[in-house]
Design a protein around this ligand. Structure first.
Ligand code: ATP
Length: 233
């Protein structure tokens, strides 16, 4: 479904991505794990068109992706950014409806119901202002808003960041539920244990390069991965 080939990204003189090759097949959860500053957000931001690459290409469903964010959303890719970024002064429901603003089909109401099924907490709080939600609820709202664009591929940037352990569990359960409704997921995480427990396949990113790739179930048992990334469970 998604193929990233030889991607190079620079911020001025900083070479942030140094020739990245990854692929994501339909229906998979693929995770990118890596330390702070490895380039994980840069990779997602380049796929979603927010950051330009200097070299390389991104192919989605067989065609070259042009680096224009709203075209990319209309092609079926949505990014749930790190830090949630919900509209604090809008209600939960209005935040969700904003996620559908580029859609022209008539299934928006049905999808809103689906999001409320996935996140009963959001259903209870439809009329509440998003700024008054807890951190975990805001993360759910950001994911729900992403789903409202009816994406085929969701890019999730650090969904567990800053959440209490119980909410981290909830978020990873919902990621599985989102897969079950037919979405494909590319997940960037610092919580490598959770990410590898949830994903089908994984890539390890270090200083802008993929240093390891494989089935998540194998990588979680890999001694070098355990030593570098799995201290925290
Ligand atoms: P984190 O988990 O801390 O967000 P990350 O793996 O997502 O880390 P990136 O945010 O992609 O890493 O950063 C990769 C490198 O690019 C880092 O060295 C970072 O300092 C640099 N970088 C990121 N964004 C910018 C920017 N807008 N301008 C300059 N340098 C940047």
């Amino acid at each position: 479904m998604l193929k990233v080939e030889n991607l190079h990204v620079y911020y001025g003189g900083i070479h942030a991505l140094k020739g990245i090759d990854i692929s994501v097949e339909k229906g998979e959860i693929v995770t990118i794990i890596g330390a702070n500053g490895a380039g994980k957000s840069t990779l997602l931001n380049t796929i979603s068109g927010l950051v330009r690459s200097r070299e390389g290409r991104i192919i989605f469903k067989g065609s070259l992706l042009r680096p224009v964010p709203h075209h990319i959303v209309m092609k079926g890719i949505c990014q749930v950014p790190e830090g949630r970024l919900v509209f604090a002064n809008l209600t939960v429901k209005d935040n969700l409806l904003l996620g559908a603003y580029l859609r022209k089909d008539k299934n928006i109401k049905k999808d809103l119901e689906k999001v409320y099924e996935l996140f009963p907490r959001l259903a209870e709080r439809q009329k509440q202002l998003a700024g008054t939600l807890s951190g975990g609820e805001q993360q759910m709202l950001a994911m729900g808003r992403g789903l409202m664009s009816n994406p085929e591929l969701m890019l999730l940037d650090e969904p567990s960041l800053g959440l209490a352990p119980i909410l981290v569990d909830t978020i990873f359960t919902v990621i599985q539920d989102i897969k079950k409704i037919g979405k494909t997921i590319l997940l960037v995480e610092q919580n490598a244990y959770k990410a590898l427990s949830t994903a089908d396949r994984a890539y390890v990113l270090e200083q802008g390069k993929i240093v390891k790739a494989g089935k998540a179930a194998d990588l979680i048992k890999d001694p070098t991965i355990q030593e570098s990334y799995l201290g925290q469970k």
